[in-house]
Design a protein around this ligand. Structure first.
Ligand code: AMP
Length: 395
């Protein structure tokens, strides 16, 4: 695997695709800078080698060209503080001025380009656009795992214009951790899949049927499975058109000797609100007018038992509506069980925006093996797809 370690950047300009899609509040103050801090090792290695750095990223989803609320200018002062380097900003990413700034960039300096998605050519993967962009650097570095599943100009197509290209430290770490789970997991390997919809997670579950020993299913998606088994689920999340898929998954798991664990009981509520009336109930006997919003106490005990015996754990998606305190207990308890298993020697990989947010919220980040920065990218990786951002460098 070609990484930044493969090159000396002395006297070279590195054009790095980073994922600086950070959350900003109404006053453009950064709410969570972890995507920025995750890029620091790569930036520091290049600057320490005696090179200079040009950073490109997207921010949000601008629809009609430049919009100040999506400007990367809002990140400049924090980038200066994090790196201690001289940071220059260009209010465009492909203007001649911006390219000249890169060409004249002093060793040890950083040039931050304006939001790539101000141009539709970025998401279209336009070749002319990438050709112009490529003039910013001598070596292309991809360190944006969060967008590696996109075949965009800056994440994949641009690599065609470079002889010298490699992964940054973050990408390298993400790929190594994820590939370890796919290729050589210590067993038993347990995957926890949660979140709102079966339809979003079908492909990952189907692929996991070929690799995992246990699959724990929680969150809103569990109720379509319960229905497929003949249960009554009241007003819980339900995807009628997925009932047959759930049946097929359960059958295939049986044939492949993969143990699927569904929540035996649930915390149910009489409406979707933190202050709703709640009670504990069997997940397949939910009365009309009630909905399952978290896994119940017995489910927690059963899932914790499986996790305690696991040697490899992958977690994608929360067990309930963890954003509301009344329904956070399931997700919190599973985070605790994953942390305990990790202390006892298991390898645990947490991926997907919401599971990472949950682990952070309940303060278990330092007690699991790895929290991935990739939501969609990690999901697609475990669906067995080749990610364009990875293929572009490997080729
Ligand atoms: P996903 O993006 O598919 O991983 O889904 C995450 C979202 O699913 C979170 O916002 C949760 O609040 C929501 N969720 C989890 N469990 C339930 C449930 N039982 N009912 C409704 N929403 C849920």
């Amino acid at each position: 695997m070609k990484t930044v370690e493969t090159f000396s950047f002395r006297g070279k300009r590195a054009l790095i695709r980073v994922d600086y899609n950070v959350p900003l509040d109404e006053s453009y103050v950064i709410q969570d800078d972890s995507r920025m801090t995750a890029s620091l090792p790569t930036i520091q290695k290049i600057l320490n080698d005696g090179g200079s750095v040009v950073l490109m990223s997207h921010l949000g989803r601008p629809k009609n060209g430049p919009e100040s609320k999506f400007s990367l200018q809002h990140l400049v002062s924090h980038l200066k503080a994090l790196t201690g380097a001289n940071v220059v900003f260009s209010d465009d990413c492909i203007s001649q001025d911006a390219i000249n700034t890169s060409k004249n960039l002093k060793i040890g300096s950083i040039h931050l380009l304006e939001n790539l998605r101000f141009y539709t050519e970025e998401t279209d993967g336009d070749n002319g656009f990438t050709k112009t962009l490529s003039q910013h650097g001598d070596i292309y570095v991809n360190d944006a795992f969060g967008t590696a599943h996109r075949s965009h100009a800056s994440t994949a197509v641009i690599a065609n214009h470079f002889q010298d290209k490699c992964f940054g430290y973050l990408m390298t770490k993400e790929i190594q951790n994820a590939s370890m789970l796919l290729k050589d997991p210590k067993r038993p390997f347990t995957a926890i899949v949660g979140g709102a919809k079966v339809s979003d997670k079908i492909l990952i579950i189907q692929n996991l049927l070929n690799i995992a020993d246990h699959i724990i299913i929680g969150g809103g998606m569990a109720y379509t499975f319960k229905c497929a088994q003949g249960g009554t689920i009241g007003g819980s999340l339900f995807e009628e058109e997925r009932v047959e898929t759930c049946r097929e998954i359960l059958e295939e798991a049986n044939e492949k000797n993969v143990h699927i664990h569904l929540p035996q009981d649930s915390v149910i509520a009489d409406h979707f609100d933190n202050k709703a009336n709640t009670q504990n109930c069997q997940s397949d006997q939910i009365p009309e007018g009630w909905m399952g919003l978290d896994i119940g106490e017995n489910a927690i005990i059963a899932f914790t038992k499986v996790l305690a015996q696991s040697k490899t754990i992958l977690w994608n998606g929360p067990m309930g509506v963890f954003e509301m305190s009344s329904y956070e207990n399931g997700t919190k308890s599973i985070a605790e069980a994953v942390a305990k298993a990790t202390t006892n020697g298991a390898f645990s990989l947490i991926g997907g925006g919401d599971s990472s947010a949950a682990v952070k919220k309940f303060k278990y980040t330092n007690q699991v093996s790895y929290v991935s920065t990739g939501g969609g990218a990690l999901l697609e990786y475990f669906e067995g797809k080749k990610l364009p951002g990875i293929v572009a460098i490997e080729d």
